[in-house]
Write a protein that binds this ligand. Structure first.
Ligand SMILES: [Zn+2]
Ligand SMILES: [Zn+2]
Length: 239
């Protein structure tokens, strides 16, 4: 799989050269390419040719760029479609958490995560060839963590905060907000995930000194035996 981080900025006001555009990941394998999320910053740019766009949830920094339509099938949960029903998207595909589906040679499964009551979110477990990654941009917790992260080669996670908790509230037993990178790296460690890349960067990373925040994150990873890096706009790697 070839991964290109087109954008790595979270739903914040700050931006920097490294994190200028809302989080979007382009994944290619053989002849198929897919995208994850297409937030507000991407309303004007033309998307690369892809077989499908996966949406994580209905917050603007993830779906805002699809308001006027999208030139490929768009995959989202029933809850996400309900929030963006007025968007001019033509090819709507409704996916169900825990039920795998195929796009070309990609085998994809959505996993429910705690993040928002109004915009229920999912992460995606994506498999192609012998490699598996898990992508989740916004979350407090993965509901079925062990199943989601089992045999995963690379975890791509939420960079909203580094160590401090950002739990907005708990309603009806459901936690809402973002979990620190530190805790996500612990999930990686306890599920045997060797590598983590952080996207959806919050102010701590975007306004921080790049070398310093990179070191903080790699030290947090090293402390639990996980190689951890911060992604930036334009980063390409092969998994
Ligand atoms: Zn977000
Ligand atoms: Zn969100």
């Amino acid at each position: 799989m070839r991964l290109t981080f087109l954008g790595t900025r979270g739903g914040i006001i700050a931006r920097s050269d490294l994190h200028s555009m809302h989080s979007v990941l382009l994944i290619s394998y053989r002849k198929t390419s897919i995208l994850i999320d297409w937030g507000e910053d991407w309303l004007k740019p033309t998307p690369p040719p892809v077989k499908g766009l996966l949406l994580t949830h209905a917050h603007d920094d993830h779906v805002g760029g699809t308001r006027l339509g999208f030139p490929a099938p768009v995959y989202a949960t029933r809850e996400t479609w309900a929030s963006i029903e007025r968007y001019a998207i033509k090819e709507k595909k409704t996916i169900k958490p825990a039920i795998p589906f195929l796009i070309g040679e990609f085998r994809i499964t959505a996993f429910e995560v705690y993040h928002s009551l109004h915009a229920p979110a999912v992460g995606y477990r994506i498999q192609a060839g012998k490699r598996t990654l898990f992508y989740v941009s916004d979350l407090i917790a993965i509901i079925n963590e062990h199943e989601a992260l089992k045999d995963v080669d690379l975890y791509i996670g939420d960079g909203a905060i580094i160590t401090r908790k950002m739990l907005h509230r708990i309603k009806d037993g459901i936690p809402v907000g973002h979990t620190p990178i530190k805790e996500q790296l612990q999930w990686c460690a306890r599920n045997g995930v060797p590598r983590a890349l952080i996207t959806h960067c919050g102010s701590e990373i975007v306004k921080g000194t790049p070398g310093e925040v990179e070191k903080r994150v790699s030290d947090l990873g090293a402390a639990v035996g996980v190689q951890a890096f911060i992604a930036y706009d334009g980063l390409t790697l092969v998994l």
